[in-house]
Ligand binder design. Structure first.
Ligand SMILES: Nc1ncnc2c1ncn2[C@@H]1O[C@H](COP(=O)(O)OP(=O)(O)OP(=O)(O)O)[C@@H](O)[C@H]1O
Length: 513
């Protein structure tokens, strides 16, 4: 039996639904030019220098909401590579009173690489406005980067650790900021993430008049309770998981029996395909070194960026800048650069293994999405390959099911030719091969917690939880079966707690689909 999406999204009781942009809001008529967004001419001039002709969808939708007075907190979700960086930088620039020479806006990003990238885009956008920007990230050659110097720049770009340090030392006053922006907010405000203990104190230090802005491609892991507490009355733009998967990226998995086979495949790929630049994501520093040395031995230019204190900030910066300038063709990294990094020529991303949560070993769809989003940037096309072993089918099945997107099995290099050669390179619409993953998805999902509840209409509804999310299935006639979008695990559990739940151990019918 087939599962069909329902029109109405499931909203757990007691939580606040994400508010879509209302049709009668000021953004009803979507602005199609930067001028119509009310951006000052000095900033527009800089935008045109950057060759942006028209606002992206998130820019057109979010800016009028963020900049509307009186300011309100804002949460914005949009796919990878769709221009969130310029959205929040323009918002920051438009918030500055140019007569005041002190920090009025902070932008916090979860990694030094991302903070540096935001800083550099910020400099370009600010170039005609006279607005000053400072990055507070340890810089080897930056003698200003000391406590006690006094910060007069109007916009601060930093990482959670660095900024928290500056706040603790009384170097940055956050009480009266006009706007505080947190990029990749779910990487900063989910309790299990390493940044949480640094980002939360920053958030708590903000005064009541500071406008708080969150951005990410993935935000479901932040609970509505959190928003209610820290961003009361916020406006939100959100996407369903189906909307999140990037149409410009064609996704494959490749089955290998050993690590040696994976390395052999990597060794061949450059001689077989016209790859621009390639990012390979690995699970550990050790594997990063293994892959790097194998590829270097074959004459490739390969850099690695790994965390855990193994590389200094300066070393990481050097590798990324060599990759940006194409001195390095391949970058091997752990999740350190899985979010936000924007390098135009990357037309292939490889997951050396499917990403899983290191603690639970469950599939990690957010990381999968962010990683593959390093290609297919801003309307460009890209290919993502995930290497799996036979017992990892179920993980790929889960990603395919979760994002409602085919992930195809690659059995021969030639199957990639349509995506790398020809006029319309990397056109996902050519991916007609049938995915084999559906059956595996069912197998994987059926192992998880399942609960049946009778709804108000007397139908039996089946609630399924897995990993960080869950889904609702209404069991009726075969043709009428349906499911809703996934929702965060904590909402799901809260919902179950609030209901009179009848556990139904006979899930035979569910296992069938
Ligand atoms: N209006 C625009 N017109 C053309 N290009 C744009 C526009 N806005 C942004 N871009 C370009 O799109 C690319 C992706 O933008 P950006 O890095 O902001 O993506 P993002 O939404 O933050 O993605 P991620 O979720 O991966 O961080 C960049 O190279 C940027 O210069």
């Amino acid at each position: 039996m087939m599962l069909k999406p329902t029109a109405q999204a499931f909203v757990p009781k007691g939580t606040v639904p994400l508010t879509p942009v209302k049709t009668n809001s000021p953004v009803q008529v979507q602005p199609t030019t930067f001028e119509s967004l009310g951006i000052p001419p000095q900033i527009i001039r800089a935008i045109y220098d950057m060759k942006y002709e028209t606002p992206s969808e998130i820019q057109a939708k979010a800016l009028p909401i963020i900049l509307k007075e009186p300011r309100r907190h804002f949460v914005g979700q949009a796919q990878s590579g769709t221009g969130k960086t310029a959205t929040f930088l323009i918002a920051a620039l438009c918030s500055i009173d140019t007569r005041i020479q002190s920090p009025q806006a902070i932008i916090v990003a979860p990694s030094r690489e991302l903070a540096n990238q935001i800083y550099n885009v910020g400099l370009k956008l600010a170039k005609y406005s006279g607005i000053t920007i400072k990055r507070l990230i340890p810089q080897p050659d930056d003698s200003d980067d000391q406590f006690g110097v006094g910060i007069t720049e109007q916009i601060i770009v930093s990482t959670p650790t660095s900024l928290n340090d500056y706040i603790q030392h009384g170097e940055v006053m956050t009480e009266d900021l006009k706007i505080a922006i947190f990029d990749e907010a779910d990487e900063q405000f989910v309790q299990t993430k390493p940044n949480y203990s640094h980002s939360l104190p920053i958030l708590r230090s903000l005064g009541p008049t500071t406008q708080i802005v969150f951005f990410s491609a993935t935000l479901t892991a932040i609970s509505d309770d959190f928003y209610t507490r820290f961003l009361p009355n916020c406006k939100k733009i959100s996407l369903s998981t189906a909307q999140l998967s990037l149409d410009e990226i064609v996704q494959f998995y490749v089955v290998f029996l050993s690590t040696d086979e994976k390395l052999q495949f990597l060794g061949e790929i450059f001689s077989r395909l016209p790859i621009g630049q390639l990012v390979i994501f690995v699970e550990s520093n050790q594997t990063a070194h293994l892959v790097q040395s194998h590829l270097i031995a074959q004459g490739n230019s390969v850099g690695i960026i790994v965390g855990g204190g193994e590389m200094s900030g300066a070393e990481r910066d050097t590798v990324l800048s060599q990759f940006r300038s194409a001195k390095l063709r391949i970058l091997v990294s752990t999740n350190v650069i899985s979010r936000g990094i924007d390098v135009d020529a990357v037309n292939l991303v490889i997951n050396f293994a499917p990403p899983t949560d290191p603690n639970t070993h469950l599939p990690d769809p957010e990381t999968y999405l962010h990683r593959i989003g390093r290609t297919g940037r801003y309307k460009k096309k890209g290919v993502a390959l995930t290497f799996i072993t036979p017992d990892e089918y179920k993980l790929m099945s889960f990603f395919s099911w979760h994002f409602k997107k085919d992930v195809l099995e690659l059995t021969d290099f030639d199957e990639l030719n349509p995506f790398f050669f020809g006029d319309d390179k990397v056109d996902p619409s050519q991916a007609t091969k049938k995915s084999k993953l559906d059956a595996n998805a069912a197998e994987f999902i059926s192992r998880k917690k399942v609960t049946k509840i009778q709804n108000k209409r007397g139908q039996m509804e089946t609630y399924v939880s897995f990993g960080q999310g869950g889904g609702r299935f209404v069991l009726g006639d075969d043709e009428e079966d349906e499911y809703d979008e996934e929702f965060p695990m904590d909402e799901f559990e809260q919902f179950l707690d609030e209901m009179t739940v009848k556990q139904d151990p006979s899930m035979a019918d569910f296992d069938h689909y």
